[in-house]
Design a protein around this ligand. Structure first.
Ligand SMILES: [Zn+2]
Length: 98
């Protein structure tokens, strides 16, 4: 299983230092009242500690394209790769690049 993603580094809460994180290809969708949060989950290459990268934060369901929403729920691999190669998305989440 490989998600052709840009290599990113982030301080790992498990290792206690900066590590390489890999795209898990899994999304996490959390519906809270009439707001939705969507994250893409990355994992520390060493200890598997997870790091959630925010895709949507407290967004109204009506603002999300329904086709895309289904793809989040289905952990669509192409969409996960797309985010994994999206520099502005990664930067927004304070990812570091070597
Ligand atoms: Zn770690």
């Amino acid at each position: 299983m490989s998600f052709n993603s840009i290599k990113v580094y982030h301080r790992c809460g498990g290792c206690g230092k900066k590590q390489e994180f890999v795209n898990s290809g899994k999304f996490r969708v959390n519906a809270n009242g009439n707001c939705i949060d969507v994250w893409l989950i990355y994992r520390c290459k060493k200890c598997k500690h997870s790091w959630n990268l925010t895709i949507y934060e407290r967004i109204k369901p009506s603002k999300i394209d329904s086709e895309k929403y289904e793809m989040f729920l289905a952990n669509d691999e192409d969409l996960a790769s797309q985010f994994g190669n999206d520099i502005s998305f990664l930067k927004r989440n304070n990812a570091e690049f070597k």
